[in-house]
Design a protein around this ligand. Structure first.
Ligand code: AMP
Ligand code: TRP
Length: 344
């Protein structure tokens, strides 16, 4: 039976607090998290601190970054009353279900993940943490612990979500149940893969050593404008149609960013700027980006001044998340043959 029919619509997604949030996180994920919330679907959003420690994190920095990411979510429009917002480590079921999935998933499945291959390329894979290898299994647990039916993400997470479906299907098959949904990825919009401002063939990333390669959600108006004006481009004017941007990755990236920020299609943006050079396009983009992003940075700063309030919001979110997760985890333990010995 197709899972979608049996399970009520529920959105889950997560972001690692392993650095500051970027424009890529905003356009590929966060902005769309807000849209889903505003459509009135049940939404659960998680700062995946257990995923973050698959590579070394300084503990004090991790705490700061988790609070900052929470502030970023709220500043961007996540309402912690309408959505559940929490940090992963506070709901024990994530790690518990991940263990079950470590026993369902196969080593070969993990070894085929391109993110694992990219992260270990040119390095000694043997020296990476076991957690980094098993990362997608924990991600499947995040999603399936809530029987989430839809997961909005950027393009780079597509393969991990296919693996989540494989894990759900294998669990259901191995135990002869129809318990976990076959979750749908939601990869939509003009900017599902925002590229570096310095190199149009590389993803914009919080871990890129060059700060000029990305826009951080904490950047102020001047910094945003400067970075966009200095972004790598080419001397050609913008073409009449998108086809003309095929071999111009930097130009295409800026058009996608503009489209996503303006809630337009890239086709419409090219139509608007056809024949104009970057001397005209970049200032327009900078103005738009500043108008959309600078208020988020200001609001983040305000929220960050009261870390106790952020912790309270995360604590409240964790309690509400746990209330959904616990019965699902209990049932998963029962299905796998664990004796239920706790008094309730
Ligand atoms: P991460 O920062 O790796 O935890 O990613 C959190 C979310 O942001 C995921 O849904 C990613 O797919 C999305 N994301 C991260 N970087 C980008 C990017 N450069 N373009 C679009 N989406 C991104
Ligand atoms: N792996 C995701 C990323 O780096 C983060 C993540 C962890 C996630 N668990 C998730 C995303 C569950 C969606 C659903 O982008």
């Amino acid at each position: 039976m197709n899972a979608a029919a049996k399970f009520k619509p529920r959105i889950f997604s997560g972001i690692q607090p392993s650095g500051g949030l970027t424009l890529g996180n905003y356009l590929g994920a966060l902005k769309r998290f807000v849209e889903k919330q505003d459509e009135g679907i049940e939404t659960i959003y998680c700062l995946v601190d257990l995923h973050a420690i698959t590579v070394w994190q300084d503990p004090a920095k991790l705490r700061d970054q988790t609070r900052e990411a929470a502030a970023g979510f709220i500043a961007a429009g996540i309402d912690p009353k309408r959505s559940i917002l929490f940090n992963q480590s506070q709901v024990a079921g994530h790690a518990q279900l991940a263990w079950i999935f470590n026993c369902v998933a196969r080593m070969g499945w993990m070894g085929r993940m391109t993110q694992w291959k990219d992260k270990t390329a040119g390095k000694n894979a043997e020296a990476e943490s076991l957690g980094l290898f098993a990362y997608p299994s924990l991600m499947a647990a995040d999603i399936l612990l809530y029987h989430a039916t839809h997961v909005p993400v950027g393009e780079d997470q597509k393969q991990h979500l296919e693996l989540c479906r494989d894990i759900a299907a294998k669990f259901n098959h191995d135990y002869g149940v129809d318990f976990f949904p076959i979750t749908e990825p939601v990869i939509e919009g003009a900017a599902t893969r925002v590229m570096s401002l310095r190199d149009g063939t590389k993803k914009m990333s919080k871990s890129d050593p060059s700060d000029a390669s990305r826009i951080n959600l904490t950047d102020d108006a001047d910094t945003i404008a400067q970075k966009l004006k200095k972004a790598k481009t080419d001397p050609e004017p913008l073409p009449e149609t998108l086809e003309g941007l095929k071999d111009r990755p930097e130009a295409r990236n800026l058009v996608n960013i503009y489209a996503a920020l303006a809630d337009k299609t890239p086709e419409a943006v090219v139509g608007e700027f056809a024949g104009k050079g970057f001397g005209a396009f970049k200032p327009a983009l900078a103005d738009l980006a500043v108008a959309r992003l600078a208020p988020i940075a200001t609001e983040m700063k305000r929220l960050m001044a009261d870390p106790a309030e952020i912790d309270r919001i995360l604590g409240d979110g964790a309690e509400r998340a746990d209330a959904i997760a616990q019965p699902i985890l209990d049932r998963a333990l029962e299905i796998t043959g664990m004796i239920r010995s706790r008094r309730s």
